[in-house]
Ligand binder design. Structure first.
Ligand SMILES: Nc1ncnc2c1ncn2[C@@H]1O[C@H](COP(=O)(O)OP(=O)(O)OP(=O)(O)O)[C@@H](O)[C@H]1O
Length: 628
């Protein structure tokens, strides 16, 4: 299956279990070269609808923060005025001013929080819905390549980081920036010399921030990718719990998990060390500068060059700026993580969806070119045709031999054709091309004369129904699993064809919830539900990948009898391993070495084609059949 994965796509020094070499990796490399700001700007389309509230919230926060800076000025007035003049009424008035200012500041910060809470959860929900929609439209080849944990972590952890960024660092980087500038101006106005002393650490702090940004970006990318890898391991361990327990592999599985979580822990520690370094610089240098300003200020007050009130105001302003300065480290770290989350989110969103859903105009043009108008009058039925079809998996090396090599095959309208071939000969691959789970590398496939490449996917998938070899069921009721959008009236007939009467004996009948992946049902039961799902929509074309492999001989005979009636007026392609399944079909095609090497009836091939006879003889029933 998946051969290369984008696991730990951006982790340079801490590659995941399968170091990535694919396109997504290259993409993340390019994305990393972009600045965090440019990456974050890609969020604008999502933020746009809530921009008014967001800007209003930022404005409110700036006002609140600047109110905080007025408090030192009131203190100066109190110290130099009522306190120096021993005027208790003035002191009380000053205290009242301070109380009102503090109250206004608190109320405004509360108002800001109220302004952003609802819109930001809306942004997160929109982004998550878009991601989910996009994932549904991405080709199967994309899902072959991407581990599910990487996608899950993008839909959960990364989006949560983005919401937190929009709620907090985005506003506060701006608010704190403005507060620092206003505060510095106030300090310079109070006393230029003291102001310059406090400003001295600005240069080393800025340089540290720039260095920190680069290093932290790499570490946060690696950590977030490792979370994705870890999620994949947890998910696989839960889904594969039967295999793990059955083979007693829990120790080795736990070892893999420990190794990965150890790596993640190492990366988180690296992030913590980087953060501690920047905090050390950001907190220590300004504190030393404030200390120096305090000493210098006291000397100047003693010399009579500065009033005590001015020194109090100056130091209160400097202390009021401590949080805006100290928090820069955290805010930058959170912004960096949000930048990485945005990058990871858009790596998926930038992947090209399947053409067809969104490219209806091209589809129409193409069907016109074929001279087979789709909507005005049905095309003459000519069945399912493979014309010179060559296929190589998208992630296969370009010089590798194709899985299917110039396949020509015609299934006439209403005919059933069994596809037989050795394991790994490409039968499943051939069936996957009909509903366009993969696109042909060259050649074309037509349904009633219309090239499926030019057919809108919705139309294609309403004509073609598939029952896969692996009968996946969703965590939903039996009814929902079978219908999947088809009319309710068809349910009973479909369950009848698939001989799935057992569902009526389940605790809630067709409304019984089947567990994740239908694990509460047996393999044969799941296979019958998957078959019912395939026939429920009365498709014109039916593709069945070994649909009866998990059934006992009696159930198989009953399903075959019912299927025969369905197949009588459907064009069907049936992958078959056993003579009993082959006998459902009118003709058989043998797939060998990527080509169709023989087509005929079961009996013709059994007697005229040694490879076919060998494949069928491997089965005792086939052997009997061959001897007859
Ligand atoms: N997603 C994929 N990416 C790359 N190669 C793949 C992929 N799926 C299958 N293959 C390869 O394509 C070849 C044909 O596989 P396919 O599943 O079509 O065989 P099959 O005839 O259906 O086998 P079986 O009878 O065992 O089901 C195999 O060599 C397989 O390794």
């Amino acid at each position: 299956m998946a051969t290369t994965t984008p696991s730990s796509a951006g982790a340079e020094d801490q590659a995941g279990p399968e170091a990535s070499t694919d396109a997504a990796d290259g993409k993340s490399g390019a994305a990393r070269e972009r600045s965090t700001v440019r990456t974050l700007l890609r969020l604008w389309p999502y933020v746009r609808p809530v921009r008014v509230r967001l800007f209003a919230a930022a404005f409110v926060a700036i006002v609140a923060s600047c109110i905080g800076l007025v408090i030192p000025l009131v203190l100066k007035w109190m110290v130099d005025g009522p306190i120096a003049g021993r005027d208790p009424a003035g002191v009380w008035l000053g205290a009242l001013y301070l109380l009102l200012l503090g109250l206004a500041e608190a109320l405004l910060f509360g108002f800001r929080r109220w302004l952003v809470a609802r819109p930001l959860s809306h942004v997160e929900a929109e982004m998550r819905a878009d991601l989910y929609r996009h994932l549904q439209r991405l080709p199967v080849a994309f899902h072959d390549r991407w581990p599910s944990g990487q996608l899950l972590s993008r839909a959960t952890t990364d989006l949560m980081l983005l919401r937190m960024f929009l709620a907090f660092p985005l506003t506060f980087l701006l608010v704190n920036g403005v507060t620092i500038v206003v505060g510095v101006v106030i300090m310079l106005v109070q006393d230029r010399a003291l102001g310059l002393v406090v400003l001295v650490p600005a240069v080393p702090v800025l340089v540290t921030c720039v260095v920190f940004e680069k290093k932290y970006a790499q570490a946060s990318r690696a950590a977030q990718d490792q979370v994705g890898d870890l999620t994949t391991v947890v998910e696989e361990s839960v889904l594969g719990i039967r295999v793990i327990k059955g083979f007693g592999r829990h120790r080795s599985q736990a070892r893999v998990f420990r190794e990965l979580s150890g790596r993640l822990r190492g990366m988180e520690l690296r992030k913590a060390r980087l953060l501690a370094t920047i905090l050390g610089v950001i907190v220590t240098l300004p504190e030393v500068a404030i200390g120096a300003a305090l000493v210098l200020g006291c000397v100047r007050v003693a010399d009579g060059q500065l009033s005590a009130g001015t020194l109090v105001a100056f130091l209160s302003t400097a202390l009021a700026l401590r949080w805006p300065v100290d928090s820069i480290g955290f805010l930058l770290a959170m912004s960096q993580e949000a930048g990485t989350a945005t990058e990871r989110y858009f790596e998926v969103m930038d992947a090209r969806p399947e053409p067809g859903v969104t490219e209806a105009p091209r589809a129409q043009a193409s069907s016109k070119a074929l001279g087979t108008p789709r909507r005005t009058g049905a095309p003459a039925p000519s069945g399912l045709r493979f014309e010179n079809v060559t296929f190589r998996y998208p992630d296969a090396p370009p010089d590798s031999p194709p899985v299917l090599d110039r396949v020509d095959l015609h299934i006439r309208p209403g005919e059933s054709l069994a596809l037989v071939g050795a394991t790994g000969s490409g039968k499943t691959t051939l069936t996957a091309l009909v509903p366009r789970l993969y696109d042909v590398t060259s050649g074309r496939i037509t349904l009633d004369g219309v090239d499926i490449a030019g057919m809108p996917r919705e139309e294609l998938r309403s004509k073609v129904a598939v029952a896969f070899e692996d009968p996946t069921l969703f965590s939903a009721t039996v009814k929902e699993n079978v219908l999947m959008g088809a009319p309710q009236e068809e349910l009973e007939r479909a369950l009848g064809v698939a001989q799935a009467g057992f569902v009526y004996g389940l605790p809630d009948g067709v409304d019984t919830q089947v567990g994740e992946q239908g694990l509460s049902l047996s393999g044969g039961q799941r296979q019958r539900l998957a078959l019912a799902r395939a026939v429920v929509g009365r498709p014109d074309f039916l593709v069945l990948d070994d649909p009866l492999s998990a059934l006992d001989v009696h159930t198989e005979a009953a399903v075959e009898a019912a299927l025969r009636r369905v197949l009588a007026d459907t064009t069907a392609l049936i992958v078959a391993h056993r003579p009993s399944t082959v006998l459902l079909a009118d003709r058989v095609a043998l797939l060998s070495g990527g080509r169709i090497t023989a087509v005929g009836t079961h009996h013709e091939l059994l007697h005229g084609n040694p490879e076919y006879a060998h494949l069928m003889a491997a089965d005792p029933a086939g052997e009997r059949e061959a001897q007859r």
